[in-house]
Design a protein around this ligand. Structure first.
Ligand SMILES: Nc1ncnc2c1ncn2[C@@H]1O[C@H](COP(=O)(O)OP(=O)(O)O)[C@@H](O)[C@H]1O
Ligand SMILES: [Mg+2]
Length: 317
């Protein structure tokens, strides 16, 4: 059960990530896609650190996973992130995340799906120090980071893209990216080079204010900003929410590109089918708890998961 309530006073918000963007980020603009795609850079074959090992799905009780997974398929998986029995919530005594286990290995792409209000955003935020953790442990690269402040997690190599208000609308593309490197300004110029290569449309628009860009383009700005310090793990909260189908394709393609460059990704997605199809592994969260977990494909093809979570249009806020 939850214990150690001592850090509940920690403020939820991370100043650096908050903006006053009042623009709704959910407009759909079919013409955006061509503007956004820019490059046809191919997504190199994924190297997922043995992430596709066959593992049985388990319902709720995941307590034996750690041992089974660490040497799955004969190859040692290097765990980047390992959260165990995590409890977290916005106010004392009210846990939203209730005993979650989450792990991400180096280079993995992992999705968290589940119904609206399941606690997916809260889980991601608690991993990034934005929601108080009341119980359990979080390890990142073998160091315990439970209740570490967000800036320490950024220094350690974690990037985060919030679901909404994830760009500074009055700042230009370059200035937004600069904000992502405020901890290490000396790397800014060299990071621009790589990121403008990954997101050519941003190179063309480097002096444009983010607030004047389309929803899809703003999402690229947010992704690029989170990559400024070369995180080894990127946390994404519904990166394609509110985008047109064509732009969803563009964002998915860029996420896969980022992952193919070796950045591990833990993402919450509303489009559960699409997310699982591109993921090494997935977690289905329900009422703040793990409901199912397994390889993306296995979850996708599991009749229970399909009935419960993939049947209707899985849509969360
Ligand atoms: N800032 C907040 N303060 C208090 N409760 C919140 C806050 N954000 C979300 N919640 C509550 O936490 C629960 C889970 O929300 P959330 O993590 O956003 O779910 P999901 O992302 O799966 O849709 C909901 O009951 C929601 O009302
Ligand atoms: Mg959410």
């Amino acid at each position: 059960m939850a214990e150690n309530k001592d850090s509940n006073e920690r403020p939820e918000t991370d100043g650096a990530k908050e903006t006053n963007d009042s623009n709704p980020s959910n407009e759909a603009n079919v013409n955006e896609a061509s503007e956004m795609s820019g490059s046809n850079e191919t997504d190199g074959a994924k190297e997922s650190s043995g992430a596709n090992e066959a593992r049985g799905m388990s319902e709720s009780n995941l307590s034996n996973e750690a041992g089974e997974m660490s040497e799955a398929g004969g190859a040692t998986r290097n765990l980047l992130l390992e959260a165990r029995d995590l409890y977290a919530g916005y106010v004392p005594e009210v846990d939203i995340v209730r005993g979650c286990d989450v792990e991400v290995a180096e280079g993995e792409l992992v999705s968290v799906i589940g119904p609206n209000g399941a606690g997916k955003s809260t889980l991601i935020k608690s991993l990034f120090g934005l929601v108080p953790v009341s119980g359990g442990t979080i390890f990142f690269e073998d160091t315990e980071v439970t209740r570490s402040p967000t800036h320490k997690l950024v220094e350690a190599g974690i990037g985060y893209v919030p679901q909404t208000e994830n760009v500074f609308p009055t700042l230009t593309v370059e200035e937004n990216l600069e904000m992502g490197a405020y901890l290490r300004p000396e790397v800014i110029q060299e990071r621009y080079e790589e990121l403008f290569e990954w997101f050519p449309v941003l190179a063309e628009r480097r002096s444009q204010r983010a607030g004047t860009m389309s929803g899809g383009q703003r999402q690229l700005v947010a992704l690029a900003r989170a990559l400024m310090l070369q995180p080894s793990l990127l946390l994404l909260d519904e990166p394609s929410a509110g985008l047109s189908p064509a732009n969803v394709d563009v964002i998915s393609d860029r996420i896969q590109l980022i992952n193919s460059k070796g950045v591990a990704i833990l993402m919450v997605e509303q489009n559960a089918k699409r997310a699982l199809a591109m993921s090494d592994r997935g977690y289905v969260l329900e009422m703040g708890q793990n409901r199912f977990t397994g390889p993306g494909e296995e979850l996708l093809n599991d009749p229970k998961v399909a009935d419960l979570y993939l049947g209707g249009r899985a849509r969360s806020a």
